[in-house]
Design a protein around this ligand. Structure first.
Ligand SMILES: Cc1cc2nc3c(=O)[nH]c(=O)nc-3n(C[C@H](O)[C@H](O)[C@H](O)COP(=O)(O)O)c2cc1C
Length: 365
């Protein structure tokens, strides 16, 4: 092949080898993927500024000056400030009763620990601003906004040499962010794990590419193989943003019960539901999501109130390792997560398969 199809503008932007971006909450995955030639983004939305600073140091001690990113969520709809008790007091009684019914029906055990920030989703605008301060001070090479337009942070980030990408589920969100001056867009389709919109990956990626004014567009949602990577590049993407792919990796700190379920799961074992956080989210099916789909269920509350309702269920299930109740964000590409492999090997397998796919298409070898 005359040109390496995997060397994209995203690789140029950050001086990396492969256009494979791992979104993860696990620092060990960040280190393994970065050191294998990919790019990692650590999800820090539910961590305090001090925790974020400590994580950045830990990572930099292990990857040196290689680039990486941090993902925060900056939704305009979260409350300006507020503690746990104040927020809880706003949950309607009908919703509490429905949650209690689920707890009784499935004998959901009590959480063992205190409600930690990352378990109850207690994000407010004050917290998001304090998180951003750490990233600016630490000059993290890439800041990604998982939810919400990052326009307001662009000047401060650019003044420090930080690139800003926005993750979107609709073309019109991408247009707003491109016009505001973001450095790139992650265009995410319905297949994805976690919070996601209703457009399919195959539809949103080329639409966003066509309005991106030449800025790199990264494809997300259902990408778990080299064939997906090759297809994303053919759609005009400059790389792929992947979450589910790393959950069952050796380095991942996800519970072994969940790793085994992911390996056994196919796309149909995932659910698309507002019942966890109040926003549409794809997760492994579990009794909580099934019960909130029933006609008699109240409509899920907006964020962060629904998360306050679901967190005792999730934390109780996790703390007590109740496999019949546990869930995790997972995308439809989970069908291709079939073994627990080291993250470096996952990178290499995706690269090999993508190159073979291109060779098969062009007849080169
Ligand atoms: C366990 C898990 C947790 C996630 N948490 C976040 C998050 O905190 N912030 C965010 O922007 N995206 C989050 N995501 C979504 C990913 O950033 C990514 O967009 C998604 O996983 C891509 O789809 P895929 O899983 O099909 O690759 C999460 C994904 C997973 C699998």
């Amino acid at each position: 092949m005359a040109k390496n199809p995997l060397h994209t503008p995203f690789c140029e932007m950050f001086g990396i080898e492969y256009p494979i971006i791992a979104f993860t909450h696990c620092k060990d995955v960040v280190v393994a993927v970065t050191n294998a030639g990919g790019f990692s983004v650590l999800g820090e939305a539910m961590h305090t500024p001090d925790e974020i600073a400590a994580d950045l140091k830990w990572i930099r001690d292990r990857i040196g000056t290689k680039p990486f990113g941090v993902d925060l969520v900056l939704p305009a709809s979260v409350p300006p400030a507020g503690g746990l008790d104040e927020l809880k007091s706003k949950i309607p009684q009908g919703h509490r009763d429905y949650a209690d019914m689920i707890h009784k029906k499935y004998d959901v055990p009590e959480p063992k620990g205190k409600e930690a920030l990352h378990q109850w989703g207690g994000l407010n605008q004050q917290m998001a601003r304090a998180q951003l301060e750490v990233l600016l001070e630490e000059r993290v090479p890439l800041l990604a906004s998982g939810l919400g337009n990052p326009a307001f942070i662009l000047d401060a980030a650019h003044a420090r040499g930080i690139k800003v990408f926005g993750l979107v589920g609709k073309t019109r969100q991408a247009k707003r962010e491109i016009e505001a001056g973001v450095d790139g867009i992650i265009a995410q389709g319905f297949d994805a794990a976690g919070h996601t919109g209703e457009m399919g990956t195959f539809s949103i990626v080329p639409e966003v590419v066509s309005i991106a004014q030449g800025k790199p567009v990264i494809a997300a949602g259902g990408v778990t193989t080299g064939r997906h990577l090759a297809a994303a590049l053919c759609l005009g993407a400059a790389g792929v943003w992947t979450g589910t792919l790393w959950l069952a990796s050796r380095e991942s700190d996800v519970d072994m019960i969940i790793k085994e379920r992911l390996i056994a799961s196919t796309a149909e074992d995932t659910d698309f539901s507002k019942s966890i956080s109040g926003m549409t989210m794809r997760v492994l099916k579990c009794p909580w999501t099934t019960e909130w789909k029933k006609p008699e269920a109240p409509a899920p509350l907006p964020a962060p109130y629904q998360m306050l309702l679901s967190s005792p269920y999730i934390q109780g299930a996790n703390d007590n390792r109740r496999g019949d109740l546990m869930t995790e964000a997972a995308g439809q590409g989970v069908s291709f997560v079939t073994a627990m492999k080291p993250a470096r090997q996952i990178v290499m397998d995706v690269v090999d398969e993508a190159l073979t796919t291109f060779e098969n298409l062009t007849g080169d070898d």
